[in-house]
Design a protein around this ligand. Structure first.
Ligand code: ATP
Ligand code: MG
Ligand code: MG
Length: 351
């Protein structure tokens, strides 16, 4: 494999392209929007909508394998592309993770624990869901949500009507609020030969639904870290997965609860760039290109801080710290809530 096609041209595509380049491979980005952060790093970039059949065919013809950095690719585009080139991770991983209800049904079928949930389409199903699950709870759109967008909190049953109105008619899911002690995530990878390698779980701090910081190692017992890795591996095998997968978990007194999975490289895995010999981006490239995987071992502890909006003001100071690696996405304008870059603050390894 010489050229990898990547659907989506955001910062994840940018960092995948940089990793592929280090391995002597080329990336061709397909992205509908202008000014894609990945475009200045990749070998080629097609700017066209996912409905443009001619552009999709030309893109597929120019690559050996197709992957994605964004899970909400329209089904019609995938239906065409999969007749032309292998798509890794495969369609089943996308189908499962594009819809929060389908995803929770899948996780439950594996015997894993999720928050209590119920599909919500209208006032009647909302009332039934609140009766079954109670409050506090969170109503989320089934599709397209990220960084906490498309979510409404219910502190009491009386909040149901307003929360439903927030969904603007989109199919939704009501989730019981999980009283977690902390959040962790596992970045896991599976190769074309079925081998699995996981990075050490990181501990995640979210603010306003958006990831602020990941700390590795997570401050949880070793047995829980092992549980998290085993659980992620089961998901990979069940999906016959090829590539990197992010699994977000809540730590509770009753054990691990799966929040959601992402069939791609993940923000909470950015620490691996400066904590591991083979980082999550190279790992994903290796997997989709059919190479052997890195083993995921961590050589350093890391605190990863996202640089969101005005956090870019911190860059001059961070740039002066010799133990901080900066990863900036080259986005021209900063907006509140927009991920502009991240800083990996490298610590001495504590075991
Ligand atoms: P992203 O895909 O960018 O990670 P998202 O928009 O899919 O985010 P979620 O992961 O569903 O959002 O939720 C964001 C954060 O909100 C979670 O990491 C957690 O802190 C909190 N949260 C979400 N669902 C629940 C829940 N059922 N109980 C408690 N907290 C929750
Ligand atoms: Mg999500
Ligand atoms: Mg999430």
């Amino acid at each position: 494999i010489r050229t990898i096609g990547i659907l989506g041209g955001g910062q994840l595509g940018r960092m995948l392209s940089a990793a592929a380049s280090r391995l002597g491979l080329r990336c061709h980005i397909y992205e509908p929007g202008a000014n894609a952060p990945a475009a200045d790093v990749a070998h080629a970039c097609t700017t066209a909508p996912y409905e443009d059949e001619t552009a999709l065919r030309a893109f597929a013809a120019s690559v050996d394998v197709i992957t994605y950095e964004f899970e909400n690719i329209p089904t019609s585009a995938l239906d065409l592309l999969e007749t032309l080139r292998p798509i890794r991770p495969g369609r089943e991983a996308l189908r499962v993770s594009q819809d929060r209800v389908t995803e929770k049904d899948f996780l439950t079928s594996l015997g894993l624990t999720t928050a209590p949930y119920a599909a919500v389409d209208d006032a009647a199903s909302m009332q039934a869901a609140v009766a079954a699950i109670g409050t506090p709870a969170i109503l989320k759109t089934r599709r397209f949500g990220y960084d906490g967008k498309g979510q409404a909190r219910l502190n009491a049953p009386a909040d149901a009507e307003a929360a439903l109105a927030d969904m603007r008619g989109a199919p939704a899911v009501l989730e019981g609020f999980v009283d977690f002690s902390c959040e962790i995530s596992v970045i896991a990878a599976r190769g074309t030969d079925g081998s699995v390698a996981c990075f050490d779980p990181g501990q995640n701090l979210h603010e306003g639904g958006i990831l602020r910081r990941t700390t590795v190692p997570a401050q949880v017992p070793a047995s829980l870290r092992t549980d998290a890795i085993l659980l992620a591996s089961r998901i990979l095998n069940a999906l016959d997965y090829v590539g990197v997968l992010g699994v977000e978990l809540f730590v509770t007194p009753q054990g691990l609860v799966v929040n959601e999975i992402a069939p791609r490289v993940h923000n909470s895995g950015h620490w691996t760039q400066n904590g591991c010999t083979v980082d999550q981006f190279e790992q994903h490239v290796r997997a989709v290109a059919g190479w052997p995987l890195g083993d995921g071992a961590r050589h350093s502890d890391v605190v990863m801080e996202n640089l969101i909006g005005d956090d870019m003001d911190r860059v001059p100071a961070l740039a002066r710290d010799p133990m901080t690696a900066l990863h900036l996405y080259g986005k021209a304008e900063s907006r509140p809530g927009r991920k502009m870059g991240h800083a990996n603050i490298v610590q001495t390894r504590q075991g």
